[in-house]
Design a protein around this ligand. Structure first.
Ligand code: TA6
Length: 302
């Protein structure tokens, strides 16, 4: 269903039989909402988010391409999140089976970007809402250069999960934690991208975090104890995982984020950062992120 969103921007609403839904803006190819069957919002979008090109939308799932963060000469996180994508009515066959599922195919092609990134490409993004409400994003990026040149990029699905209160500690235990990244190596963006090894148990939060975990398992869990909800993130083709929360001081420097809103967001991002991807002309890369939200009691088998 194509309709008008904030400021008249085009958006697509995906619905599933039990009442789960997702919203995608053509601006940025940006998922801005993912709701469960009770109508509860599972992604964080700032109340101060600016839905006005060429601003980026604070929250949801920004697509970082062809550059993650400021690891190159392009604008931070690349230009895909500030371009108008179009609906791809006739995509080449996808390797995934989307029958019985609500999905939309978007495409972004080289245009005026050629000036800042001198390459021809086709970026196809399929956003699928499964029968259980799972949200799957599949990207296919093809090098369509006609001058024989390869190109190289980094990538992330910059997912903002909506959590109850990340700053809350009850009985010495954090209410929000991440499992699946313990004992891994990471680059710490707050320490000049120096490499460290994570110690101990699940990742908990008590200050600003901006880390790129390297070569992670394909499944990561985000536990929200208070809401009794666990998000599961599964990924394919994206070896790294970024974890970000700006905490109080940094949050105050971000104009499109409320001072206390950092408490209700946590970015966990399927990404390819450490080892950029290189495509020769005609070659295609695929990267997938699949999200589900399940009651915690179900997860632990209680
Ligand atoms: O993914 C983490 C990060 O790269 C942080 O360094 C942080 O600044 C954030 O993304 C948000 O970036 P943005 O350009 O959207 O403000």
């Amino acid at each position: 269903e194509l309709c008008k969103g904030i400021n008249g921007l085009d958006k697509i609403i995906l619905r599933e039989v039990r009442g789960c839904s997702a919203e995608v803006y053509l601006y940025g190819g940006h998922v801005t909402s993912w709701k469960n069957e009770h109508g509860e919002e599972l992604l964080f979008v700032s109340s101060k988010a600016i839905f006005k090109p060429p601003k980026t939308i604070r929250g949801g799932i920004p697509i970082c391409f062809p550059q993650f963060s400021n690891l190159g000469s392009l604008e931070p996180h690349g230009f895909a999140r500030t371009r108008f994508w179009t609906i791809d009515n006739d995509p080449p066959p996808f390797p995934i089976n989307s029958s019985n599922k609500a999905f939309i195919d978007l495409i972004l092609k080289h245009s005026e970007d050629v000036k800042i990134w001198p390459h021809r490409y086709e970026f196809r993004l399929r956003i699928t809402l499964g029968p259980g409400g799972d949200l799957m994003l599949t990207s296919r990026i093809r090098n369509t250069n006609i001058d024989g040149k390869s190109f190289t990029f980094t990538f992330a699905y910059h997912t903002y999960f909506h959590v109850t209160d990340i700053s809350e500690v009850v009985l010495l235990s954090s209410e929000v934690r991440v499992e699946g990244l313990e004992t891994l190596d990471y680059l710490d963006n707050l320490k000049n991208r120096e490499r460290f090894t994570e110690q101990g148990d699940a990742i908990v939060f008590e200050s600003e975090v901006d880390k790129v975990y390297l070569s992670t398992p394909t499944k990561i869990a985000i536990l929200d104890h208070e809401r009794k909800r666990t998000f599961e993130l599964r990924k394919d083709g994206l070896p790294d995982a970024v974890v970000w929360n700006p905490w109080d001081k940094k949050a105050k420097t971000i104009p499109d984020l409320g001072d206390d809103e950092y408490k209700h967001m946590l970015c966990v991002e399927a990404a390819c950062v450490e080892k950029p991807i290189t495509l020769k002309p005609g070659e295609e890369w695929r990267g997938r992120q699949e999200l589900s939200a399940v009651p915690s009691s179900y997860c632990s088998g209680q």
